[in-house]
Design a protein around this ligand. Structure first.
Ligand code: F0G
Length: 344
């Protein structure tokens, strides 16, 4: 049967109210890509769960189909979210699909162009906050407590319901859970959702390696970060809303949460691209963490099966690449010059 989106596919596993009216862009069902070369280098059987191939280019679509379906079914007219960019684009697309008004709050000047353009293209009302993601999140929480506007950040439990489905897909593809699951951690909704998903699906439990950026690593430091900074703007978050649950997931799974530098994140982005998988910087954090752990000998997955979640597509943040390369050379349009210039 043709795929009809993740709510339809996994409905029996999702705790969604009866009033839910499915709004879908056929999200989910993303590929689990084998990475034999990198896996050989790191000494494990490695797969990338490429969440950048969701309809708006990030994993947020899994949670958003659920949150918007519930809000639309309940009769909400307007939805709002705070975002470092991907949630904004996803909320905008699903709200457009449902015919709802969508307002997004983003930290001024800190959202990658592909995400902002998406939110605008899908017709959201975008407001920049003179502050961080954390400030924006406090504001949207307050406004949704005082007005009928529906909150679609991952504090909303239906976001977690939708995002659990990636664990189900991984188990379905591999036959059981992997030994390790590595993923970036920002506001900590996704790590919470994966862990809940694996526990519910009962096909085994992975150890979880959550990875934060060094300049935005409240869960590693053990306290909030007032002014988070990282090149991985998607995870530039100092007070994760589901921080406690993230720590629980790491602890219960006998895994951990670590921090990696911006340089390690950008290296990991290159390593993935060298195998044909271009992801945005934050999405490379899982691989950066895996590389760091295997390099330091701290990793127990030798020979085991590892899934790294790559959360968003490289096209979300083209500037990070465009700023670092020299403009391609220019040659006259004639055959001989071409032949000579490629060392023919
Ligand atoms: N990777 C990407 C590409 C993200 O956009 C995010 C979060 C994360 C990882 C971290 O996921 O917050 O569930 O721990 N982006 C949010 C946003 C904050 O607004 O788009 P998390």
């Amino acid at each position: 049967m043709t795929y009809q989106g993740l709510i339809h596919h996994y409905r029996q596993y999702l705790d969604l109210p009866a009033h839910t009216r499915t709004i879908t862009l056929l999200e989910g069902n993303t590929p689990l890509i084998p990475m034999p070369r990198l896996g050989r280098d790191l000494g494990c059987e490695l797969f990338v769960k490429f969440e950048g191939l969701n309809p708006t280019g990030s994993f947020k679509d899994r949670g958003m189909t659920a949150a918007i379906s519930e809000a639309a079914g309940r009769g909400a007219k307007t939805v709002i979210c705070a975002s470092t960019g991907n949630t904004a684009a996803s909320a905008a697309a699903y709200a457009a699909r449902a015919g709802l008004r969508c307002i997004v709050l983003i930290p001024e000047g800190k959202v990658a162009v592909g995400k902002l353009a998406g939110a605008v293209a899908y017709g959201a009302e975008v407001i920049q906050i003179q502050g961080s993601f954390d400030d924006a999140l406090s504001l949207v929480v307050e406004i949704t407590q005082k007005t009928p506007i529906a909150l679609v950040n991952s504090i909303n439990p239906y976001r977690i319901e939708g995002q659990k489905t990636s664990s189900f897909e991984i188990c379905d593809a591999l036959g059981s859970a992997p030994d390790w699951l590595c993923l970036p951690v920002g506001n900590a909704g996704n790590i919470t959702a994966y862990w809940a998903g694996f526990k519910q699906y009962q096909k085994g439990l992975p150890q979880i390696l959550g990875v934060q950026a060094e300049g935005a690593a409240p869960l590693v430091l053990g306290h909030p970060v007032e002014k988070p900074e990282t090149v991985a703007t998607a995870i530039r978050i100092g007070k994760p809303a589901r921080g406690e649950q993230a720590l629980e997931a790491a602890h219960e799974s006998k895994g951990r949460i670590i921090a990696v530098s911006d340089a390690q994140i950008l290296d990991a982005q290159k390593i993935l691209a060298a195998e044909g998988v271009w992801v945005e910087p934050a999405s490379a954090a899982g691989v950066a963490g895996l590389v760091a752990e295997t390099g330091s000998g701290a990793f127990e997955a030798k020979g085991g099966r590892v899934v790294v979640v790559c959360t968003g597509h490289g096209m979300k943040d083209p500037s990070i690449i465009a700023e670092s390369f020299k403009a391609p050379r220019v040659i006259p349009a004639d055959y001989q010059t071409l032949f000579e210039s490629i060392g023919g």
